[in-house]
Design a protein around this ligand. Structure first.
Ligand SMILES: C[S@@+](CC[C@H](N)C(=O)[O-])C[C@H]1O[C@@H](n2cnc3c(N)ncnc32)[C@H](O)[C@@H]1O
Length: 290
């Protein structure tokens, strides 16, 4: 039986496991048992909003209510972190610019088309960062360029589309880039310039949805940074299958610096750049496959 403390029900271990499994099945995010109290604290406002008395009833609501899909999004929203900022992990971005962009320029010279995917883009800083780097490289200015940002959370995607940011998002942005790619809009906030925005689009996508991933176009590079750290090995393996499928043969995958594929035996080649380690989908025999 749930114990009530200052009007707030305690989540039993069984309820925790049911809710954890439900969230995991939806999006691959695995909440550890030592996070039970955090889950309880973060989900409690959802129970209050719905007038639900205990976590068992909340779990039944998530499974059977007509509004269950809307509520599942709200639950996942309250359990995920969207931390991000412009020009995050600069050493990796430097290697991307100096070592991968020349390869991609040469490789795609016949199509003059370049597509990048920021998978788990949060509020858009990563996708805009990539578009800014492509612009500044001067290599692709008359190419067909598209940076696609996708995320599970519709709330952060709305922020991404608005393209207005405050000091926290800009904390690692070099002053010359701030000057070149943003317009001040007052209250210490700036907006991404239209020429950069024109290269970027955003869409809702759950990386755990293997069938839905077919809607994501094939891309030359995927950045999937600081997303799979919340997944277990099985979910990572599934998501890497999705990413591999959506990469052009010979395309690159860049992960966050705390992540690697070493223990996954995934179907990627490890590429040692001078400034970073990245992963590559092997070419088809004969270098075909586009
Ligand atoms: C910590 S942010 C990372 C943002 C950015 N990639 C970066 O490194 O700065 C993680 C993002 O992954 C998203 N996410 C988590 N699980 C996801 C899933 N199954 N499908 C798509 N996005 C997911 C979250 O909504 C969140 O916005």
């Amino acid at each position: 039986m749930p114990r009530f403390d200052e009007g707030r029900p305690e989540m039993t271990l069984e309820e925790f496991r049911l809710l954890r499994d439900h969230v995991y099945a939806h999006c691959g995010i695995l909440i550890q048992e030592n996070m039970k109290f955090v889950m309880e604290r973060r989900l409690w406002p959802r129970l209050e909003a719905l007038g639900i008395q205990d976590f068992g009833s909340y779990h039944r609501y998530l499974r059977y209510d007509a509004q269950r899909n809307v509520e599942l999004e709200a639950a996942v929203e309250s359990l995920t972190t969207h931390e991000t900022y412009f020009f995050r992990e600069p050493a990796q971005l430097k290697a991307f610019c100096e070592e991968l962009l020349p390869i991609l320029e040469k490789r795609n010279a016949h199509t003059r088309r370049l597509r990048l995917w920021s998978a788990g883009c949060s509020s858009g800083e990563e996708a805009y960062t990539l578009a800014m780097l492509l612009k500044d490289s001067g290599r692709f200015n008359d190419w067909d360029v598209e940076v696609i940002g996708t995320d599970l959370s519709r709330r952060v995607l709305a922020v991404a589309r608005r393209a207005e940011y405050g000091p926290s998002a800009l904390r690692a942005t070099p002053p010359d880039l701030l000057e070149r790619h943003f317009i001040p809009v007052g209250n210490n906030r700036v907006r991404v310039r239209d020429d950069v925005k024109a290269w970027v689009s955003f869409g809702h996508h759950n990386l755990a949805d293997v069938a839905g991933s077919q809607l994501v176009p094939r891309t030359d590079v995927v950045f999937c940074r600081n997303v799979m750290i919340y997944f277990d090995q099985a979910a990572r393996r599934r998501v890497l299958g999705v990413i591999r499928d959506r990469l052009c043969p010979g395309g690159y995958l860049l992960l966050g610096h705390a992540e690697n594929l070493l223990s996954l035996g995934a179907d990627f080649e490890l590429v040692h750049l001078k400034g970073d380690l990245v992963y590559r989908r092997p070419d088809l025999p004969g270098g075909e496959g586009r």
